[in-house]
Design a protein around this ligand. Structure first.
Ligand SMILES: Cc1cc2nc3c(=O)[nH]c(=O)nc-3n(C[C@H](O)[C@H](O)[C@H](O)COP(=O)(O)O)c2cc1C
Length: 409
């Protein structure tokens, strides 16, 4: 062990240094290897915060949420697909870029407000659509909407939400966006879009990365550890029975799947004829598709790999962003999600040219850990980290975040 600890290969490797610190008695610590401060204040996943105010960063909520929710539900949130290459890549992708801090700029006042599709928002941090919030907390999407209201965030509601769009809009106290799983049945897509528009949604985000084939291995493994019977809560007697309990699908007689394996660009052209809402496409990952979206007259795109849940390409969204920004050439707003956990992550994407950043799992960690106050604190931490990161790069407002502030490492 002493040999390993003294190995020059390990110097400067936080994980290895941390492992050494935990294994060796304090009086045997080789001082020269411990310049990494994490050695002295290691993040300890077994130390659970008891109050949202104790959280130092958004990661503090995940172990608390894990303790509170059934293993199968935790698995539903945590999982990506296959061997989790894309899920990991989403976080590792940020290490491929560096920020270039600028100095001697007055950043005493930082304005994080921004305008997306003609509407001004206090912050570019958006709540990504996530299904089934009541699987994590009884108050589900309503608690999330109230937290989004407290922090003035735009919220995107999933087709498979556990509260209807009308109730969530009322709790948010302002228009929200609706995310559409179009299914393969035009009538169902049409009915969902009409209901969202009637509820006052100014925009619909059509998810295009769910063609029907995905293997949620981590979810399956965690579900095996759950001793409860899923059928006690979920009616799986038939697809129709299962789907009819989802508030947005009530009465729509969906008998097959939510996925849209037949969808092509024609679907989006057809959608344009039946709604005045702005149309976004969620799930774009290449410059080819970004160009097609712009040429099809789509109002905006969300660069997303569904948080590593739709394909295991191994490519992060932050890696894909530059080619997409270039292809779009300012013709429409580009939003992004997947793996965003830090203010610096958000600043990177905005500096590259994204207009908004959607965050997924972290606000559900807050919800599952403490309900509405947990979501509020997660969003507050992200806003605060964004403000500080903007000061660090010398950007007093969002429009001051420019591509020259980022370089490939
Ligand atoms: C549990 C879970 C459920 C999701 N449900 C939906 C959904 O219903 N519709 C959708 O378009 N995206 C859905 N997503 C994807 C998110 O909108 C978003 O793309 C992703 O969570 C962003 O990655 P992040 O979780 O790493 O922040 C879901 C993601 C998770 C983790």
């Amino acid at each position: 062990m002493q040999f390993v600890a003294a190995s020059p290969l390990l110097v400067g490797v936080p994980g290895a240094a941390l492992a050494q610190a935990l294994l060796l008695p304090k009086d045997k610590l080789p001082k020269e290897s411990f310049s990494d401060p994490l050695t002295w204040s290691p993040e300890d996943p077994s130390r659970l915060i008891k109050d949202p105010k104790e959280a130092i960063n958004v990661f503090d909520f995940e172990p608390v949420m894990r303790q509170n929710v059934p293993p199968a539900h935790f698995g539903y949130l945590a999982t990506g697909v296959d061997g989790e290459r894309t899920l990991r890549a989403n976080r590792e992708g940020f290490a491929k870029f560096q920020l270039r801090p600028r100095r001697l700029i007055d950043v005493s006042q930082v304005d994080t407000s921004t305008t997306i599709l003609g509407v001004r928002y206090e912050t570019p941090i958006i709540l990504a659509p996530i299904g089934f919030h009541k699987a994590f907390h009884d108050e589900g999407e309503i608690a999330v909407a109230k937290a989004a209201r407290a922090g003035n965030h735009l919220q995107i509601l999933s087709t498979v939400s556990t509260s209807g769009v009308e109730a969530v809009t009322a709790a948010r106290g302002a228009p929200i966006w609706f995310q559409l799983y179009a299914t393969n049945k035009w009538d169902i897509a049409k009915a969902l879009v009409a209901r969202a528009e009637k509820a006052g949604c100014p925009a619909v985000a059509v998810t295009v990365d769910e063609a029907g084939g995905r293997l949620l291995e981590t979810q399956k493994r965690l579900a095996l550890t759950d001793e409860r019977k899923c059928s006690d809560c979920h009616d799986r007697s038939s697809p129709e029975a299962y789907f009819s309990r989802i508030p947005m699908l009530e009465g729509l007689k969906l008998t097959w799947a939510l996925a849209s394996s037949t969808m092509t660009w024609d679907f989006l052209k057809r959608l344009r004829d039946i709604t005045k809402m702005k149309i976004l496409v969620k799930g774009i990952l290449t410059h080819e598709d970004a160009k097609l979206a712009a040429n099809t007259g789509i109002d905006a795109i969300i660069v997303s790999n569904h948080g590593g849940r739709s394909e295991d390409s191994g490519r992060s969204t932050i890696d894909a962003l530059p080619e997409i920004i270039e292809a779009v050439g300012g013709r429409m707003p580009v939003l992004i999600d997947s793996g965003f956990r830090r203010g610096t992550d958000i600043v990177m994407a905005l500096a590259m040219g994204a207009q908004g950043v959607c965050v997924g799992r972290p606000y559900i960690w807050g919800l599952g850990a403490f309900g509405q106050p947990g979501v509020e604190r997660v969003l507050e931490l992200l806003r605060e980290e964004l403000r500080v990161a903007m000061m660090q790069v010398g950007a007093p407002s969002i429009r001051h975040l420019v591509p020259a502030m980022v370089r490939r490492a």
